[in-house]
Design a protein around this ligand. Sequence first.
Ligand code: BGP
Length: 467
Amino acid sequence: MTLKSSFLWGGATASYQCEGAWNEGGRIESEWDRYLHENNFESGDIASDFYHHYKEDIRMMAEGGQNAFRFSLAWPRIMDEKGNRNQEGIDFYHNVIHECRACGIEPFVTLYHWDLPAYLADNGGWTNRNTCDAFEKYAELCFREFGSEIKWWTTFNEPKWTIVSGYLVGNYPPAEKNAQHAVEAGYHMMLAHAMAVKKFREMNVPGSIGIVHSYAPVDGVDDSVSTQKAMRFADNFMNNWVLDVAAKGVFPEDFLEALTVKDIDLSFMNKADVQLISKQKVDFLGLNYYARALVKPYSSGETTLTVNNSGSKGKGTTVTLIKNWFEQVRDPESKYTEWDTEIYPEGLYRGLIRANERYHLPIFITENGIGMYEDVTKGEVNDQYRISFMQDHINAMMNASDEGVDVCGYFAWSSFDLYSWKNGCEKRYGLVAIDFKDPNLKRVPKKSFYWFKEIAKSNGTKIERRH
Ligand code: BGP
């Protein structure tokens, strides 16, 4: 079977990771600027400098046969500390959208890809319910400003990773290890999502709205009852608190119960807000797929959550173990990247089938890609590994589509090389190479760019099909 003719083929980016120009055009400080500057970590101050290169980059997408571009609006560029509009920032996004349209590229917009304004972080960030009100105002401004130009909207990118990393692993701002705060912040993010969807409906914005989730389909090491229980804990922790809420309006009951057992105080969940959440359902799901989660029952030890942000130097240091719930394990049969990410295309196929069974919604693959070290100084990067990775994952997606899953688009992460959170610019995902040491940030398409062009132009028929 072939994919629908309206299928979107593109690349994805995020404002902080690609724009640079962190203190230009009236942009205020974000939580990430402050965190990376204060700790002297590699930052996205310049990144790919998309702010000044957007025309070149968007034209290149069109030359690469792409018909869509996923990007995020930066809240700190659009609104100042008093909640007033920043015209220069708004104009920038009008220009980006205009360029997309001029090149035949469908803009696919994320409202929030992690760049929380720093002044809101100072007041408790997502642990403070006021941040939900501020987000609603920001979303309203975006809908009013860009509503007539955008068909595809998403509220949040990956609530799961930003919350888990920010409040449990402690490797993203606000760099805490505090389970109570993690739950409060995650809940408020889902409430803010629902408030934005409500506003979208009330304003009769043309187009559709969804959410983007970092989807980790859960597999178990065996079929035992204890493994199945561990899988349910893992699924609630990794997926359901975002997807069930966005698609069905409910928090999984057994998850709330398990949190209470862990002494989490849920009294902040007030009735009116829970009711508001229950009424706001998305039109579609955006799923970012990098890897599945293979789990076994919890055996011993304290809760440990660590992420490898050091590449080959930190290989094997990633641990996800939640006391009394589950442990994530490595599959000895699988290949892993230098950053410990399993390469497992079948997980995408199975995950899509499950998501379709549970939610019956149209689905976009909003991110999929592989992070590698690459020498971009010696002409075209011959990234055959990326081509194989994408070939296998697009094949998996098409197999799911053949079985009736309504897949509407595929976005490669990333359109071009950009800044990777805490990993720096040397963890490369792009279809286009950027030499970050070159003052002009020269762009050169990689081999995968040309391969993807043929796939997009053929609407997937050039994928080598395997079951
Ligand atoms: C997703 C994020 C992206 C991007 C990608 C790759 O979780 O939505 O922003 O960064 O993963 O991850 P990383 O940069 O950590 O390798």
